[in-house]
Design a binder for this molecule. Structure first.
Ligand SMILES: *Cc1c(COP(=O)(O)O)cnc(C)c1O
Length: 361
């Protein structure tokens, strides 16, 4: 049985090369006589793994020295609480609601302070990114929060909001390492790795050092305090060792591919194949405002629920997995992360053309 084209939104496709390497090292990691899964997180071998992973990530993203890189657990969802607990000095924050993940973060933050929804695209099922050039940013806001790529709806910020000098916090779970970013524009960049980097179980937090403080909200658990994690180089307790090891391999793979500029170009090419087809198709259509389209998650519909279901079923039979849209939106969604080969997208479009011809009205 060969590998399928896996269009899952997450956990998602990983580079085959990385999986093969991990398989080769499964029983004996570089002469240690054990798997990375069996290794002490305090061992020399593991110390090299986590330090090299951080170094490579810093290189890929050009992370300045005054930012810490943390490898944590609890998923992106745990950060929905950790962020207000650590950053809410004035107990005020502004959130831009561009989808379900941003909304969940907004709702969670309400437990900790006064949280304002300063813009939203909920009125049109989150099919666009609101104009963020002149928002009513609160004078005493501790930060402005965005979800930069909306995994479920397939939108992406093409320009960052004007935060009027406030700290920007961004959930980049589904666009992590898909293109270069200017880290200096953010106070916190974070994401679960299971979309575009590695296996579920690791969340990476990149945080400017001056935001790592002792005076966090009262009652903040030790584990959720960024200072605890930063002071201990993500080794306060046992980290998600194996997941970090795979992330490290993906960082090496990305470096070998040529880095994030090259990945961006590749991702643009891949996405264009699909969007160009959708734009001229008589059966399928994209659901997102053109200028806000994500390079990573591409939702589309036929406009007929039964036909959508038929498409998903026939696609699956033909080796295209996980094309069903999110349960809250319906239709289809193709997630075409870094590790999805261009050939996978080309073949999908071929299949869509065939389906269109067979199902023309
Ligand atoms: C998947 C996802 C989440 C939730 O991630 P978990 O690791 O499951 O908590 C949050 N934000 C975005 C943008 C996502 O795509």
């Amino acid at each position: 049985m060969g590998r399928v084209y896996n269009f899952s939104a997450g956990p998602a496709v990983l580079p085959e090369e990385v999986l093969k390497e991990a398989a080769d090292e499964m029983l004996d990691y570089q002469g240690t006589g054990m798997s990375v899964m069996e290794m002490s997180h305090r061992s020399k071998a593991y110390d090299d793994i986590i330090k090299t992973a951080e170094k490579d990530l810093r290189e890929l993203m050009n992370i300045p020295d005054n930012y810490k890189v943390l490898f944590l657990q609890g998923g992106a969802s745990q950060q929905f609480a950790a962020i207000p607990m650590n950053l809410m000095k004035n107990k005020v924050a502004d959130y831009i609601i561009t989808g379900q993940w941003a909304k969940k973060a907004y709702q969670e933050a309400q437990k900790y302070g006064k949280v304002n929804a300063i813009a939203s695209s909920e009125d049109e099922t989150y099919s666009y990114i609101p104009d963020c050039s002149d928002l009513p940013i609160s004078e005493d806001a501790d930060y402005v929060y965005i979800c930069e790529n909306n995994t479920i709806y397939g939108t992406k910020y093409k320009t960052l909001p004007n935060t009027k000098g406030k700290i920007l916090v961004s959930d980049v779970s589904s666009c992590f390492l898909s293109e270069p970013v200017d880290v200096t524009k953010y106070g916190v960049i974070y994401g679960g790795v299971q979309k575009n980097i590695g296996p579920a179980g690791v969340v990476i937090v990149i945080i400017r050092e001056d935001l790592i403080r002792d005076d966090v909200l009262e009652g903040t658990p030790t584990m959720l305090k960024y200072k605890t994690q930063a002071d201990n180089d993500s080794l306060y307790n046992t980290p998600p060792c194996y997941g970090i090891y795979i992330c490290g391999k993906v960082f090496k793979w990305l470096k070998k591919m040529g880095g994030l500029e090259v990945m961006k170009k590749r991702n643009e090419e891949k996405a264009a194949i699909l969007y160009d087809f959708l734009d001229q198709s008589k059966l399928f259509k994209g659901t997102v405002r053109k200028e806000d389209r994500s390079l990573m998650n591409v939702p589309f519909v036929t406009g007929d629920k039964d036909l959508d279901a038929k498409f998903v079923a026939e696609a699956k039979a033909a080796g295209f997995e996980n094309l069903k849209g999110h349960r809250t939106v319906g239709g289809m969604r193709a997630s075409i992360y870094n590790a999805m080969p261009k050939e996978g997208v080309e073949k999908l479009v071929e299949f869509m053309k065939k389906f269109e011809a067979e199902n023309a009205k």
